[in-house]
Design a protein around this ligand. Structure first.
Ligand SMILES: *Cc1c(COP(=O)(O)O)cnc(C)c1O
Length: 394
C-alpha cells in the first residue's frame, strides 16, 4: 500500500492517546442544569459555565421562541446587509447599560469578539502584551493582528512594567489584554494596577469578562466593577454563552471604539448576524441578571462554603500537596492533581459517584487539575455530595 498525505493524522492521534491528551465529546440528554442526564446516568453538574442556571430558564426559552416566531430562525446576512434587526440594537444597548459604557457591539461568539476586536485595533506596527494564562481567543487575536505579541508572567504587574519599559517605545499602539477571571484557575487579574501602567505607558487595555459578567458586581456588571474600575477607559469583551445562558459575544466600550469596530472588524462585518433566538434569549438574561441579585447571592454563598470545606480537607490530607486548592476568587475552583493520568482517573471515579467534575490537563493548562464550577441553582445536597466525593478521591 502507498502512503497518503493524510497518514500523519493517525500517528498524531496515537501520540495524543499515549500522552492522555486525547479528548472526545459526550452528549447530555435533555435539559441543561445543575442535574443532567448523560448516557443514561444522572450527574450533578460541576462542569458548566451556566453560573446562574439561566440556560434552562423558561423566560429565556419563551423570549427565544417569540423571536423565532417574529423573525424566523436565521438572521440571513451580515448586520451591515440583511442581517440587522432592532432586537440586536436592544441587546447592545442593554449590554452597554449593564457595563456602564457608551455602547456595545454583539458578535457571533466570545471567541470571535476577541479575535475581531484585537485584529481591528492593532496591526503590524503595534504591540500586544498578554497574561500568559489568557484565553486562547485573546492569543489568537494577537496572532491574527500581525502585531508583536508577548506574554507577561501570570498576574505579574512588575513583569508587565518591565516589558512596557523595554518594548513600548518601539511600537506605534500598545494593547494590554487580560482575562478578568482566569477561566482555568478562577483567580482575578490585578486590573487597577494594569490600568495605572496603561496610563503611564500610553496603552489600551482589553479585559475579557467571559467568567465575570453576571457573576461579579452588585448588578452583575462583572469583575471590572468588583475591582473598582468601572468608568475607567477600557475595552470590555465578554460572552453571551456563560452566565447569560445563550450564545454570542460582545465588546463594550466608548462610542468611537464601537463605531470603529462596526466599520473595521472583519469578524463582525463578514459574518452573519446573531440569530434572533440567541439575541432574544441573551436580552432576557441581561434583564434577569440585574433584577435577581438573589441568584448571585446563592452562588457566592456556595463558593464560600465549598472553598472553606475543601481547605479543611486538604489540611487533613496525608500527602502534602495532594488536592491542594489553587488560589481562586470565583465560582471556578480547582484542585491540583499530580498527573494527567491521575486527573482523568479522579474525574472518572467522581462520575461513578454521580458527580461531573472536569479533568483539565496540559496543554490547556500547565498542571493537571480537577476544575469545579458552581451554580446558583445547586442545592445543599449537591454540595454535600461533591465534598464527600472529593474527600474520597483526592
Ligand atoms: C469561553 C470564553 C471565551 C469564548 O466565548 P464563547 O462565546 O464561548 O466563544 C472567551 N474568553 C474566555 C476567557 C472564555 O472563558
Amino acid at each position: 500500500m502507498g502512503t497518503t498525505p493524510y497518514d500523519w493524522l493517525d500517528n498524531s492521534l496515537v501520540a495524543l492517546h499515549r500522552a492522555h491528551r486525547y479528548r472526545e465529546v459526550q452528549a447530555i440528554d435533555g435539559m441543561a442544569g445543575a442535574i443532567v442526564q448523560r448516557q443514561g446516568k444522572t450527574l450533578v453538574n460541576f462542569a458548566s459555565n451556566d453560573y446562574l442556571g439561566l440556560a434552562s430558564d423558561p423566560r429565556l426559552a419563551e423570549a427565544a421562541i417569540a423571536a423565532i416566531r417574529t423573525y424566523g430562525t436565521g438572521s440571513t446576512g451580515s448586520r451591515l446587509l440583511s442581517g440587522h434587526r432592532e432586537l440586536h440594537r436592544q441587546l447592545e444597548r442593554a449590554i452597554a447599560a449593564l457595563k456602564g459604557t457608551d455602547d456595545a457591539i454583539v458578535f457571533s461568539s466570545g471567541y470571535l469578539a476577541n479575535l475581531g476586536a484585537i485584529a481591528a485595533l492593532v496591526g503590524t506596527p503595534d504591540l500586544v502584551l498578554g497574561d500568559e494564562y489568557n484565553h486562547s481567543s485573546l492569543r489568537a487575536g494577537g496572532n491574527v493582528s500581525g502585531a508583536t505579541t508577548l506574554d507577561y508572567r501570570h498576574g505579574d504587574v512588575a513583569h508587565l512594567k518591565e516589558m512596557l519599559e523595554v518594548h513600548r517605545d518601539r511600537h506605534r499602539r500598545c494593547l494590554i489584554a487580560t482575562d478578568s477571571v482566569f477561566s482555568m484557575d478562577g483567580d482575578l487579574c490585578p486590573l487597577p494596577e494594569i490600568l495605572n501602567l496603561a496610563d503611564t505607558y500610553d496603552a489600551m487595555v482589553l479585559v475579557d469578562e467571559a467568567h465575570g459578567t453576571g457573576v461579579f458586581g452588585t448588578k452583575g456588571s462583572g469583575a471590572v466593577e468588583h475591582l473598582g474600575c468601572a468608568g475607567r477607559p477600557l475595552i470590555t469583551v465578554g460572552t453571551l454563552s456563560k452566565a447569560l445562558g445563550s450564545l454570542g459575544g460582545y465588546v463594550a466600550s466608548s462610542k468611537s471604539l464601537i463605531d470603529f469596530l462596526r466599520n473595521r472588524a472583519p469578524g463582525w462585518i463578514y459574518t452573519t448576524g446573531l440569530s434572533p433566538a440567541d439575541t432574544a434569549a441573551a436580552l432576557a438574561a441581561v434583564q434577569i441578571v440585574q433584577c435577581e441579585p438573589q441568584r448571585r447571592a446563592a452562588l457566592w454563598s456556595h463558593v464560600k462554603q465549598v472553598m472553606a470545606q475543601l481547605d479543611l480537607i486538604s489540611t487533613q490530607a496525608e500527602a502534602p500537596h495532594a488536592g491542594q486548592r489553587l488560589p481562586s476568587e470565583s465560582p471556578i475552583i480547582c484542585l491540583e492533581v499530580p498527573s494527567a493520568a491521575a486527573v482523568v482517573a479522579a474525574s472518572e471515579q467522581l462520575q461513578q459517584m454521580g458527580l461531573w467534575v472536569a479533568a483539565v490537563r496540559p496543554p490547556t493548562v500547565p498542571t493537571s487539575r480537577l476544575r469545579i464550577t458552581l451554580m446558583a441553582t445547586h442545592q445543599q445536597t449537591h454540595l454535600d455530595q461533591l465534598l464527600t466525593g472529593l474527600q474520597k478521591v483526592v
